[in-house]
Design a binder for this molecule. Sequence first.
Ligand code: XLS
Ligand code: CA
Ligand code: CA
Length: 453
Amino acid sequence: MSQDFFPGVEGRIPFGGLRSDNPLAYKVYQPDRMVLGKRMEDHLRIAVCCWHSFNWPGSDVFGTGTFDRPWLDPRLDPMIGARAKLEAAFEFFDKLGVPFFCFHDRDLAPEGRTFAETASNLAAIVEAAEGQMARTGVKLLWGTANLFSHPRYAAGAATNPDPEVFAYAAAQVKAMLEATHRLGGANYVLWGGREGYETLLNTDLGHEERQFARFLELVAEHKHRIGFKGTLLIEPKPQEPTKHQYDYDAATVYGFLARHHLEGEYRVNLEANHATLAGHSFHHEVATAVTLGIFGSVDVNRGDYQNGWDTDQFANSVDELSLAIYEILRGGGLTSGGFNFDAKLRRQSLDRTDLFHAHIGGIDTLARALLAAAAMVEAGAIERLREDRYAGWAGDLGRSILSGDALLEVLAGRVATGEIDPRPRSGRQELLENLVNQAIWEVDAAPDRGAAD
Ligand code: XLS
Ligand code: CA
Ligand code: CA
């Protein structure tokens, strides 16, 4: 098998600027460009995911794989294929020039005939990955265990009615948490792939909740036991593959964590398409998690407005992403998290080079959204209007209500005398929307403003 899996791309993708006619050049993304005093690369901490980009042949429920992916050839010995896949993935990360990658155990290391063989496959791939990481400088944003593909997990992993499945999932997470630790991962993700139900007729909701909480306690305990310093992240999703998933959205996850005293151990990994699937905007999910103090990381992608499922397309809307990034910047920016491209090509995008076009477009969109969000922060007008709207709470009345001094009786008395007689005030939504557009257009008009020398 050839060592050069992407011969259509020579060397690192360069920065070409907005007027570049090179489709394999960044139009906006410049890792060293300073934005609000920080390098663009450090603001965004971009990652490529191994599942959609390297472990999916382009199949769907109606048809088989369409993509040109020699490392997925089923005639290959699984470990020979796995090693080739790893090489292809690192060649791609390196040429794209991104700092991070993410993977599930099963994306890179095939399941063996026994648990011991599976564990030895993972250990061999982790060792090979260490070599590739040292060679390229690409780091691990997060690792995770696939607790949803194998038939044993059809009724869930931690929430399975069979405690043996719980134990098997625990063994798998232990191995992958340790692998993530060994690779210096910045986070560890738990997406409740099949933690939910198909029908309430055979489901004990209370029992499954207890099981799930216990699983999360055990994972947190093991994290501390092995000295893993990364952040544990739960990824909400409301439906798919089960009809109802317990980790519905950021607010539901927070309620669950608080109920089980786990809010100090876990944060959330928010996916844009999962937010829309839950009937929220991505902006809402990010703002909610930041407000609740559990914002961790982002899976960046987009859904399709014409259908209701998880299409995992590459992000292409500066307007939508700039609002989410604005909330992240207001919250102090990313810490251990990043922007992971949990996005997949369309099934007709056959060529390996299409993977570059998809990621270049997504990364430029993200970079452009960061510049727009930074312009909103710098101008400060949106924040000032928001603060003005709540200004009354800094006065005597507002303070006495929040401090608990003003009981209902007191408040009612002041209203009854006419001392308190509020007048409706404009929410200024259209003005605010204009300020957002102004920031986006300002970036359009002066695309290179603030570029690092
Ligand atoms: C599936 C999820 C999954 C997680 C990691 O919808 O997005 O890919 O990100 O298990
Ligand atoms: Ca995801
Ligand atoms: Ca998804």
